[in-house]
Ligand binder design. Sequence first.
Ligand SMILES: [Zn+2]
Length: 119
Amino acid sequence: MNWIEVIGWVGNVVVITQFLQKDMLRLRVLGVIGGSVWLIVAIMMNSLSLTVLNITIIGIQLYHIRKIHMNNVNKERFKAMGTTKIQCSSCGTINSVGLHRLSTGETVKCYMCSTIIMG
Ligand SMILES: [Zn+2]
């Protein structure tokens, strides 16, 4: 077995493991690692098509990792802003509404009866 095949098999294990993940961040990180291993194989094979493919895949994975990271940062920021309680005029349910939603002007519906309670 030559080195290209050995590295290719390592890449296969990483890519297969990637697609077994439920957690999206872990899936994307393994995608970067698997793409990088396959990029090495592509370069060793002198294959331009596989090189371009794996650079593209790595770029897409990094884009999604950044998006997941920014969503997590925003979630933490919103959590830090706190919540307010709004009573539904229709069913009387007290709804806990994130204060960050006050500034966006979006409509907020009662979680019990879907009556619009804000916006
Ligand atoms: Zn309601």
